[in-house]
Design a protein around this ligand. Structure first.
Ligand code: SF4
Length: 107
């Protein structure tokens, strides 16, 4: 099964010693338009699922829109999160993406 892994941001709200993300790098965020282009191409190429990772995905300000795009392409997806913003972002009543998330403690 072809899987697309997207890193919407390298930014994170933790500083785990084992982390492979280079904390010296400036925080970066995937432009939503670029994400849409990548998803469109991935769908055309036969990709069948999407994995969102980072950085901390819940710090990406366009997360809800990104998930709507993924759902719109009919692609199942997973989210790797440290969970520290889970209640306020991922489970936000009425405004959150309503993610059936897979959580990985410590990233
Ligand atoms: S939570 Fe994950 S991304 Fe953030 S510092 Fe820890 S391992 Fe790295």
């Amino acid at each position: 099964m072809l899987s697309l892994t997207l890193e919407p941001t390298n930014n994170c709200n933790r500083r785990c010693l084992h982390c492979f993300v280079n904390k010296a790098d400036a925080p970066g965020f995937l432009p939503l338009g670029l994400a849409e282009s990548i998803l469109s191409q991935a769908k055309d190429l036969g990709f069948q699922q999407v994995h969102l990772t980072g950085g901390e995905v819940a710090l990406y300000s366009h997360l809800a829109e990104l998930i709507r795009l993924i759902v719109g392409y009919g692609l199942p997806f997973t989210v790797v999160t440290n969970g520290f913003r889970f209640p306020e972002v991922l489970l936000r009543p009425g405004g959150g993406p309503g993610v059936p998330a897979a959580s990985a403690p410590g990233g």
